[in-house]
Design a protein around this ligand. Structure first.
Ligand SMILES: Cc1cc2nc3c(=O)[nH]c(=O)nc-3n(C[C@H](O)[C@H](O)[C@H](O)COP(=O)(O)O)c2cc1C
Length: 169
């Protein structure tokens, strides 16, 4: 009998497309590398909850930076999920994708603090994409993610898929 597929969950939020594109690209790459042995779920933060994290073997959190923090929708996801997850996901592998107009480091630090609280295990370097959006017009514009950044999303998806398939995570 074939082993049950491993599960990768990508929880994402995006205003102007950069984080969504990164999350979709990462998920497509993970599906390609993982094949039938990997089930990849791509969930908007508003549709994700603690049960989805509990059902996953590894999780990616992908968010824009807003006002030097995770976006409101991602905050709402953690507000709803944090205590239902506490003590129930120790050691679960995770990775981060953050898109920011100029910085992103406060958001990475915030996510890592949350993950430390949940005792999640970071298994890859965070992927930080600078979209160079700093004027109101640039911030409001739909984002085109450069190929080099998309490649980083593919690499992270492939790494997570391979790690799950080989039982490294
Ligand atoms: C309300 C608001 C606040 C923002 N604050 C920051 C910030 O503190 N630091 C930063 O680097 N970028 C900031 N940005 C820029 C976004 O991170 C940037 O536009 C990013 O591309 C958004 O990702 P998305 O295309 O996935 O929505 C802000 C954008 C908005 C709309």
């Amino acid at each position: 009998m074939a082993a049950a597929p491993r599960r990768l969950l990508v929880v994402w939020h995006s205003f102007t497309g950069a984080t969504r594109t990164m999350a979709e690209t990462l998920a497509a790459s993970a599906r390609e590398v993982g094949g039938e042995a990997l089930q990849v779920s791509l969930l908007h933060a508003a549709d994700a909850g603690a049960e989805d994290v509990l059902a996953a073997d590894a999780v990616v959190f992908a968010t824009p930076e807003t006002l030097a923090s995770i976006s409101g929708a991602m905050k709402d996801f953690f507000d709803r999920s944090y205590y239902p997850l506490l003590g129930r996901c120790d050691g679960k592998p995770y990775a981060l994708v953050v898109c920011a107009g100029s910085d992103g480091h406060p958001t990475i630090a915030q996510l890592q603090r949350i993950a430390t609280g949940l005792r999640l295990r970071e298994v890859a370097e965070p992927v930080l994409v600078c979209t160079h959006a700093q004027t109101p017009e640039a911030i409001a514009a739909e984002k085109q993610v450069p190929e080099a950044e998309l490649e980083r999303a593919r690499e992270l998806g492939a790494l997570l898929a391979a790690g799950l398939e080989l039982g490294i995570f």
